[in-house]
Design a protein. Structure first.
Length: 324
């Protein structure tokens, strides 16, 4: 138990230092800031959610003592809470009822059904949306105040401009201020997903992962996610703070469907000889240009409606044996 406590404290210290490094303003600190949930996630997957809880409490308390309550709350909401809960869900399993063993045979260990990857992805989208909304509420209590604060901050960053170019700069700043909240949700979701994947790989490599590695190609969002996405999309047009929050929720859910779109792509290309080349080119195009991720969103939505993966896998199954 003492060893677990020491590991939890070490993980919390590392996570807190990575989170606080953003104060330095160095470029590498941005990478460390986004990877700050990683030590706690590794602890949650390798030594249990309780260890991650102890490390998160210690890290949040230390940040609060050194930098004040806002840093403590920000770390607890954006780092410690997602790391603990996602690690808890990843290790959540329930036994599957097996057939009765043969007479005289030793009873086999019950097989476990693990928490679905698609539902974990949905939780990641929820954390990304909630943390982005909470961050925006620190800028104002209505959409106009939030957008105005973002616009003034961007103008200060860009610095003074001459009168000839001030109009163009203000138009660009206004456009960036409008797309900044959904973009922040995208970044939050991508970093949480990357941290959880890296934590799983590290725990599996070290032999501390207490579950088999999931088949990510089977990731599928719950059916009700389409309904929630439709409702959030409708609220985007009502205006005000509700529309701003609806845009954030819609963006996070669409990114979740983009991840399932990549899972569909991995499934549908199983029979291709040049599969690695096609997948590598697809990932490279999405990373370089960004907007082709909309094709993955469309593929994920189409699979949710038409079941492309299920049809493909069913067509690849061997025909049933003839009855004797």
């Amino acid at each position: 138990m003492i060893a677990v406590i020491l590991i939890a404290l070490a993980a919390g210290s590392a996570s807190a230092l990575m989170f606080a490094s953003i104060i330095s303003g160095a470029l590498i600190s941005l990478v460390l800031f986004y990877l700050s949930p990683l030590p706690l996630m590794v602890t949650a997957l390798g030594w249990g959610p309780l260890a991650a809880t102890l490390g998160g409490i210690a890290a949040a308390s230390g940040l609060g003592a050194m930098f004040g309550l806002p840093y403590c709350a920000a770390f607890a909401l954006t780092v410690a809470l997602p790391a603990w809960w996602l690690g808890h869900l990843a290790l959540l399993g329930r036994p599957i009822a097996n057939a009765a063993p043969a007479i005289g045979a030793a009873p086999a260990a019950p097989a476990l059904e693990w928490y679905p990857v698609g539902r974990i992805l949905l939780w990641i989208a929820a954390f990304a949306a909630l943390t982005t909304m909470a961050a925006l509420l620190t800028l104002g209590t209505d959409a106009e105040a939030i957008t105005g604060t973002l616009r003034r901050g961007l103008l200060r960053i860009l610095g003074p401009r001459d009168a000839a170019s001030s109009g163009d700069v203000e138009r660009w700043v206004a456009a960036i201020a409008l797309i900044a909240p959904p973009a922040a949700a995208i970044v939050s979701m991508m970093t949480l997903s990357l941290n959880l994947w890296l934590a799983g790989k590290i725990a599996a490599t070290s032999g501390r992962l207490h579950r088999p590695w999931p088949d990510l190609r089977t990731a599928q969002l719950p059916p009700m996610t389409l309904v929630v996405l439709s409702v959030a999309l409708a609220f985007c047009f009502i205006g005000g703070l509700a529309a701003l929050f609806a845009q954030i929720a819609t963006t996070a859910l669409m990114m979740a469907y983009a991840f399932t779109g990549f899972a569909v792509l991995h499934t549908l290309t199983l029979a291709l000889k040049s599969r690695a080349i096609w997948l590598s080119c697809t990932y490279a195009i999405v990373v370089v240009f960004g907007w082709p991720v909309l094709a993955m969103v469309a593929l994920g939505l189409a699979d949710a409606v038409f079941g492309f993966r299920e049809r493909y896998l069913r067509s690849k199954q061997p025909p049933p044996l003839p009855a004797s």
